[in-house]
Design a protein around this ligand. Structure first.
Ligand SMILES: [Mn+2]
Length: 366
């Protein structure tokens, strides 16, 4: 590798290198570069898998390796009520996210030294077929969860949380699962334009099927002009709790997240995290289907996700509604990708703590 810092003349040293504190001579730049271990290459080159992790598409491959986490793509977006494009979310997160390294500064941990993450590929979502697509998502997520592997599902519009969380409930115990939900929208409508499987209805389906416990269902970030009060009345009847964006603005994210965690884990043995990227303000996340102004900022969301993965019995997570055709400068893709990285880092930290390890520089104990 030769960079501009080499200056004129390959191997020549443009500046005399005699400044080492020991007085020992510093080897020429070219020699130092030649001796360096060649890395795998930059994240923008080669085949795009999530974080460059191994691609294991079949259950047999997963069982042979038994990773801690498997990323599952759910490229489905025909249930959106407004602009589409989230079908391109999984590929964008694999291919476009800026990939500077895998060392988490705040937790002081090399993530993949402590957590084995693989990319399990995509559920097959044939165009125009909601039922078949949802069935395939459910089967693929169940394949991961029933083997004790943490599924991280990348949507897709939010309708995919219905089959995905159903599959996790099948694996960990029907009705045993709580759900912590970040979103501008409640997604608890009964039916929208005659569609029971809309991206505005998945949470209703999960509660009415009994897959998820109403009393451990907690929402953060709701704002704007939907849904109407009869939907909130149904939510209250079923024990759901919510924290409007207005409350986040008034009390601050840390206080609200602490309450949301306490409510979600109260008497609950397993938790599913669902992050609709539109919980972020559209200024931070323009690449989404139903943008609602006045949302969270990425610094708060990423720390909230980290805290949840550190402090709850989290068994699965999804990240949905990333619509790359409406994104600018990969802003939305990068924030969504970092949501996954915070989950990974927190799970890695827990494994290290269990093994007696401590944060390395510049990390601190969370
Ligand atoms: Mn939403």
């Amino acid at each position: 590798m030769t960079g501009s810092h080499d200056g004129p003349g390959a191997g020549a040293d443009p500046v005399p290198q005699t400044g080492a504190p020991t007085g020992a001579p510093v080897p020429p730049y070219a020699a130092r570069e030649a001796a360096a271990e060649l890395p795998d290459g930059p994240g923008y080159a080669g085949l795009a898998t999530f974080c460059g992790r191994p691609w294991l598409e079949t259950e047999a491959e997963l069982l042979a390796r038994r990773p801690d986490v498997a990323v599952v793509g759910a490229p489905f977006d025909i249930a959106t009520t407004h602009r589409p494009g989230a079908r391109f979310g999984p590929r964008a997160l694999r291919a476009l996210a800026y990939d500077p390294g895998t060392y988490h500064l705040d937790l002081g941990i090399e993530i993949f030294e402590w957590l084995d993450v693989v990319d399990a590929g995509d559920a097959h979502c044939p165009h125009g077929l909601t039922e078949a697509s949802h069935a395939n998502i459910r089967a693929k997520v169940n394949q991961v969860a029933r083997n004790g592997i943490f599924p991280l599902i990348v949507g897709g519009d939010h309708s995919i949380t219905w089959p995905a969380a159903t599959a996790v409930a099948e694996a960990v115990g029907w009705g045993e699962l709580g759900l912590l939900h970040f979103d501008a929208h409640a997604d608890t409508a009964d039916i929208i334009d005659g569609n029971l499987a809309s991206h505005g209805t998945p949470m209703r389906r999960l509660i009415e099927s009994g897959a998820v416990r109403g009393r451990n269902f907690v929402q953060v970030g709701l704002r704007g002009y939907w849904p109407p009060p009869d939907v909130f009345a149904w939510m209250r009847e079923n024990g759901l709790r919510w924290h409007l964006m207005h409350e986040v603005w008034e009390r601050g994210s840390r206080a609200v997240i602490a309450d949301a965690i306490a409510e979600a884990v109260d008497g609950c043995k397993a938790l599913y995290l669902s992050v609709d990227i539109d919980v972020l303000d559209p200024g931070f996340a323009p690449g989404t289907g139903t943008p609602e102004p006045g949302g969270m900022n990425p610094a708060d969301l990423l720390r909230a996700v980290r805290q949840i993965a550190l402090d709850t019995p989290l068994v699965a997570a999804d990240i949905v509604e990333v619509s790359p055709p409406f994104d600018h400068a990969d802003t939305t893709v990068n924030s969504a990708h970092r949501v996954a990285m915070e989950v990974f880092a927190a799970l890695a930290h827990r494994r290290r703590t269990a093994a007696g390890g401590v944060p390395d520089l510049p990390g601190t104990a969370p």
